[in-house]
Ligand binder design. Sequence first.
Ligand SMILES: *[C@@H]1O[C@H](CO)[C@@H](O)[C@H](O)[C@H]1NC(C)=O
Ligand SMILES: *[C@@H]1O[C@H](CO)[C@@H](O)[C@H](O)[C@H]1NC(C)=O
Ligand SMILES: *[C@@H]1O[C@H](CO)[C@@H](O)[C@H](O)[C@H]1NC(C)=O
Ligand SMILES: *[C@@H]1O[C@H](CO)[C@@H](O)[C@H](O)[C@H]1NC(C)=O
Ligand SMILES: *[C@@H]1O[C@H](CO)[C@@H](O)[C@H](O)[C@H]1NC(C)=O
Ligand SMILES: *[C@@H]1O[C@H](CO)[C@@H](O)[C@H](O)[C@H]1NC(C)=O
Ligand SMILES: *[C@@H]1O[C@H](CO)[C@@H](O)[C@H](O)[C@H]1NC(C)=O
Ligand SMILES: *[C@@H]1O[C@H](CO)[C@@H](O)[C@H](O)[C@H]1NC(C)=O
Length: 523
Amino acid sequence: MLGKHLRLGFAISLVVLVVAILMAAWGFPKIVQTQIKKNIQLADGSLMFDKWKKLPMPLTFKVYVFNVTNPDAVDSGERPRLQEVGPFVYKEYREKTILGYGENDTIKYTLKKTFIFDQEASGSLTEDDVLTVLNFSYMGALLSVFEIMPGLIPMINQALGVMFENLTDPFLRVKARDLFFDGIYLNCVGESSALGIVCGKIRADAPPTMRPSEDGNGFYFSMFSHMNLSEAGPFEMVRGTEDVSQLGHIVSYKDKTSMNTWGDKYCGQLNGSDSSIFPPIDRSRVPERLYTFEPDICRSLYASLVGETTHFNMSAFYYEIHESALAAKSANRDNKCFCRRNWSANHDGCLLMGLLNLMPCQGAPVIASLPHFYLASEELLEFFDGGVKPDKEKHNTYVYLDPVTGVILEGVRRLQFNLELRNMKGVPQLENVPTGLFPLLWIEEGAILPPSVIDELQHSHTLLSYVEAVRWIVLGIAILAFLGLAIAVIRTGNIPIFPKQANSVSFILRPGSFNPTDAHKAQ
Ligand SMILES: *[C@@H]1O[C@H](CO)[C@@H](O)[C@H](O)[C@H]1NC(C)=O
Ligand SMILES: *[C@@H]1O[C@H](CO)[C@@H](O)[C@H](O)[C@H]1NC(C)=O
Ligand SMILES: *[C@@H]1O[C@H](CO)[C@@H](O)[C@H](O)[C@H]1NC(C)=O
Ligand SMILES: *[C@@H]1O[C@H](CO)[C@@H](O)[C@H](O)[C@H]1NC(C)=O
Ligand SMILES: *[C@@H]1O[C@H](CO)[C@@H](O)[C@H](O)[C@H]1NC(C)=O
Ligand SMILES: *[C@@H]1O[C@H](CO)[C@@H](O)[C@H](O)[C@H]1NC(C)=O
Ligand SMILES: *[C@@H]1O[C@H](CO)[C@@H](O)[C@H](O)[C@H]1NC(C)=O
Ligand SMILES: *[C@@H]1O[C@H](CO)[C@@H](O)[C@H](O)[C@H]1NC(C)=O
């Protein structure tokens, strides 16, 4: 009687075991993955979608300016002494407008950013503080013209005298608000024909930093006003509803699948995401590089994997920028198509380590680097009499990613804009100045998850660890039950694999509540 029950129990436990193994090996992970995918893909009903469309919290946008403390000395040939002033802190709100869905699982959108000055976070600094910086537009105009017709420089300089009132030196005393957003007026109306050349060149190159004035008589120069409230894009991004590992990948920008800025297919590749979203990390294939596409500098950049760590009590993958990303072509052959022009006759071919020429991208002779020339050639620092000091902690670019969802736990992106100060004979303002790469300012764009979202994420991680535990507990119970019943069945003699008095087996397994001897007797 009992033997029959035993055999039935054994059969059931066998089935349960098979099911438990299947669930542990395939079912549970599948269910978990499906749930995660459902919540991170860019589709209605996913938790991520709304946050992606409209960032629930603003990013912090910080500006640090290099204030020139000895402009008069520089005019007479001394090395510049700089003093970092900042941060001027802005809140950066981001909102996306969805334009439609593409055939290959893509979504098309434009991105609108809004910047609001954050007085509290800026401390004692205000937008009315006066800064002394290199006259970016003036130097930029001279350098641009110099590229095409060096002989015209003295004449051009006269024209610039009309454009800029009171031209005395290559420096600009300007309020922070005007330099960043409101703009500095450049007049294009005057007698001089050279003025026409300069203004025509600006119109032709159309650098984003030059905003034509409403009356069409001039321009406003400012560093960031083009970023405030303008719709950037359109971008086309993979939604991850089909293949979640492709989630966030930028497929096209301004309806093109590569940038022709660099005149090279390789350098024009659109790699990676817009840094708002990343696919989950598959632990068996952790990517060595995390690519992002940066329209401001017309190229893709990458951060390199450093390792796994703990952030906010959650396991996270840490990536940071590596010097190979902005390396000179001698150090990284892949970068050779990013260097198109000389910035100084002292260097042949390409730029120095750690620099990126934005001329092809911005239509202005601007050179990008990491702040304080971090990871760049040390030669660049020799130009200064203090005030430029690279520091990994302060000038790095990095991101902490949650591997389960691909959510950024914390990330910071930093970039510095520089222009060459060049000694030019025939230009009174530049006759005595030293030649070198001159930093204007650097920006930091940072994102850190708000506590509410961290809580949410931590909860889901805890839940996941429970699910994980349940998976193994169920499997463990199934194995124990199976073994217990198997031994019992063997002991009843129905399957005579082991001798009936296999004390060694029952000794090792000691099947707790179940007593094989009783079962044997009962039969
Ligand atoms: C910037 O430097 C100038 C001297 O060149 C100084 O007068 C000014 O106060 C400085 N600005 C700030 C905000 O420190
Ligand atoms: C979708 O993918 C196919 C095959 O890869 C390609 O031929 C087609 O051009 C793509 N469509 C769009 C709109 O990108
Ligand atoms: C950005 O534009 C908005 C709307 O015009 C304006 O309120 C805001 O002050 C601008 N931000 C800055 C920093 O100028
Ligand atoms: C230029 O200099 C004149 C005389 O020194 C002065 O009246 C005028 O305000 C200055 N203009 C500017 C824009 O600084
Ligand atoms: C720089 O630009 C400002 C504003 O247009 C002007 O007042 C100043 O004289 C300029 N200096 C030079 C050297 O261009
Ligand atoms: C784009 O990504 C591919 C593979 O992921 C990589 O081999 C290539 O170097 C990247 N291109 C650029 C310009 O970074
Ligand atoms: C991290 O977890 C430990 C133990 O689970 C806890 O004591 C600690 O307060 C947590 N720290 C944070 C920052 O949440
Ligand atoms: C860069 O400048 C040097 C010296 O003027 C010149 O020999 C070299 O050909 C230039 N390279 C490019 C790519 O223009």
